[in-house]
Design a protein around this ligand. Structure first.
Ligand SMILES: Cc1ncc(C[n+]2csc(CCOP(=O)(O)OP(=O)(O)O)c2C)c(N)n1
Length: 667
């Protein structure tokens, strides 16, 4: 590869700059500084290096490009337009940041072909890219490098590298020796408040080196130097950082190098000055033919590589090819899931006993992991507590990339973002574990998974005061409510081993939704008959135990570990001659999605409703109504054995029965 002669490079890069400043100007909002400053880096990458084909944006073996600094979205949109992605017309560029356009303020993966992940919250992109690189490495080891052999490139800004999540990501990538991960750092020394020295004095090259990366510095406006650095990075046995010294808003006469260009339109005068300085004479939204031709040629560079790849795939034996294509498409066949669920239930029927739902989850995984080779498990250093590693599941490491269990270390946020990257990459379905209370440490990434509609499964154990002696720092109280507040996220809280298996099946079947499985540390009785077919959890809630001896006077609603408490309360009420039914509510979101008649039937007509959950009430009113009674938590937990805590906080069958009876008396 030889560097382009500068004049052609400059005109190509200036096309990016012009589109960025003109689109931001027209939208009257946006971020021109980064696209103008990073245009040279992007032109080398997209013009000379990146393996992609706009004619097939989803080609599996394409290089992935992550614009971690999502505020610089116009950089990406300009590149997609110039290289010829069919969706990214000039009309879309002109509709930057407008309702319904493919050019939203920050790149959104589900919105725009060529956008590999949604970015905007700084640090997420680089951490997501680590997951993409893990998926690539694993799939290359699984299917062979003639089918899977691509790199992951990231453009990261000062803000990305200041965010804490970047440290988790960098350390993990260095440890795993993800040599096909290359981060181009837009080292412009400017953030919103002004020069970086106001808030930061990290030597990023030293920092990355300390994490096991290859790292170097280049002039980010010298295309030959950028290309040489990328080529060197491609040869490295470690992930690489290329710190590219750039000037924000390169070309703008008074705002270049200043925070004034970061996040506001430059204004007509400044734009006119930039056009003069850059020698760009074309009017807004017009790309001269020669420049467009050069860009389109760049976009077509990898076409033959892609057709050769397709031929290699076609030459594979039918079964291998079918499996590769199934996994690449993210198809988890319903028959396979149904069969796995039936197997798990048979095993449970043969071995019914009290189990913590975290152990029930492991029990389910013992069948699911061999059945679904795309499952990649993990834990943030709580493997033995989360029960996410069934026996015999080999670890993923630089030496054993075909391994399927990732030791993420104590890096919950990095883990959750990496899981997003794996799901976005495709070919794998990630699940992993931590304590439910630390969902807070994962939350920004879980939110993005929900926004992007990606199947990631978070096993979150130790889901209430039931964890006992570790005390209130470890006892989630508001976390279920907080997670249920995230749109499109399914929060499962199964009550026993059968429900746990059913919830796993539902989580894996949902190709476009992330899930959290909130699981108990403490043992729970098996309440369900394991021989019953179907999936009772599919509607999110169902009548587990009917009223006996007449119409129900009381409906008891509960989730997870409190379902057994509700069941015991039902017996106590029966002793008092009060007919009560128990409704298990393993998943609010699926219940809200269920048809109206089914929801009505589940809610029933009993005059008294009581909900029981060892957490705050928030959210329950939408199911049981604000007039219902609630038995749960109103503040933080405490450090003590779990049975003592349940008694202390009054979450007992006796209290539930008493409250229900009292309500009934009051009429
Ligand atoms: C997690 C997060 N915090 C804050 C912001 C708001 N924000 C957007 S860009 C930015 C910093 C800009 O500095 P830099 O990353 O160097 O980008 P540049 O100025 O070079 O465009 C901030 C604080 C954000 N997008 N994400």
């Amino acid at each position: 590869m030889s560097p382009l002669a500068h004049p052609e490079h400059d005109r190509m890069a200036n096309a990016v700059r012009a589109l960025a400043m003109d689109a931001v100007e027209k939208a009257k909002s946006g971020h021109p500084g980064l696209p103008m400053g990073a245009a040279d880096i992007a032109t080398v990458l997209f013009g000379r290096v990146l393996k992609f084909d706009p004619a097939d944006p989803h080609w599996f073996d394409r290089d992935r490009f992550v614009l971690s600094a999502g505020h610089g979205s116009m950089l990406l949109y300009a590149l997609l337009h110039l290289t010829g992605f069919p969706q990214m017309t000039m009309a879309e560029i002109e509709r930057f940041r407008q309702l319904g356009s493919r050019t939203p303020g920050h790149p959104e993966a589900e919105m725009t072909e060529g956008v590999e992940t949604t970015t905007g919250p700084l640090g997420q992109g680089i951490a997501t890219a680590v997951g993409m690189a893990i998926a690539e490495r694993h799939l290359a080891a699984t299917f062979g490098s003639d089918l899977v052999d691509h790199r992951t490139y990231v453009l990261a800004s000062d803000g990305d590298l200041m965010e804490g999540i970047s440290q988790e990501a960098i350390a993990l990538a260095g440890h795993l020796k993800l040599s096909k991960l290359i981060v181009l750092f837009d080292d412009n020394g400017i953030s919103i408040d002004g020069p970086l020295r106001l808030a930061d004095s990290v030597d990023q090259v030293k920092r990355f080196e300390a994490c096991g990366w290859a790292a170097c510095r280049v002039d980010g406006h010298d295309p030959a130097a950028i290309l040489a650095a990328i080529e060197a990075a491609q040869q490295s046995d470690r992930p690489s950082l290329i710190a590219c010294k750039t000037t924000i808003a390169f070309g703008a006469p008074t705002k270049a190098g200043s925070e004034k260009s970061h996040g506001a339109p430059l204004g007509p005068e400044e734009i006119a000055g930039a056009r003069r300085a850059l020698g760009w004479t074309a009017p807004p939204f017009v790309i001269p033919d020669d420049v467009l031709a050069a860009w389109r040629a760049a976009g077509a560079r990898s076409r033959e590589v892609r057709t050769a790849w397709q031929a290699r795939l076609a030459a594979r034996p039918a079964e291998e090819r079918g499996e590769f294509e199934r996994r690449a498409a993210g198809l988890v066949p319903a028959e396979r899931l149904d069969a796995a669920l039936a197997t798990i239930k048979q095993r449970l029927a043969a071995d019914p006993k009290d189990r913590a739902t975290r152990a029930s989850s492991e029990f389910a995984l013992e069948t699911l992991v061999p059945t679904l080779p795309e499952l990649i498990g993990g834990s943030a250093d709580l493997t033995g507590s989360n029960n996410t590693r069934p026996k015999g599941m080999p670890a993923f490491s630089p030496e054993t990339p075909a391994g399927r269990f990732i030791h993420y270390g104590i890096r919950e946020h990095g883990m959750a973002a990496a899981m997003n990257g794996m799901a976005l990459h495709g070919g794998v379905v990630p699940y992993s574990g931590t304590f439910l209370v630390f969902s807070d440490y994962c939350r920004p990434s879980i939110r993005l998974a929900a926004l992007m509609g990606r199947r990631v499964v978070h096993v979150m154990t130790h889901d209430s005061i039931g964890l006992g002696e570790d005390g209130p720092t470890h006892q989630p109280v508001e976390h279920l409510a907080a997670l249920r507040a995230i749109p499109n996220l399914m929060v499962f809280r199964p009550c026993d081993a059968v429900e746990t298996a059913e919830c796993w099946a539902l989580a894996l079947a949902a190709a476009h939704r992330p899930s959290v499985l909130a699981l108990s540390r403490q043992n729970l009785p098996q309440l369900r008959d394991a021989t019953a077919p179907g999936n009772a959890c599919a509607d999110g809630a169902y009548e587990l135990l009917p009223a006996e001896g007449g119409d129900a006077q009381v409906s008891l609603f509960a989730s997870g570990s409190e379902v057994a408490i509700a069941a015991a309360a039902r017996r106590l009420l029966a002793e008092r001659g009060i007919a009560a039914r128990v409704v298990s509510v393993p998943c609010f979101e699926l219940f809200f999605d269920a048809p109206q008649e089914r929801r009505q039937a589940v809610l029933g007509t009993a005059p008294v409703r009581v909900a029981v959950e060892a957490a705050i009430r928030q959210g329950w009113d939408a199911i049981v109504g604000s007039d219902a009674a609630f038995v749960g938590m109103t503040g933080f937990g405490a450090s003590a054995p779990a049975p003592d805590l349940y008694r202390h906080f009054g979450i007992t069958p006796e209290r539930v029965a008493e409250i229900a009876a009292e309500r009934l008396r009051q009429g």
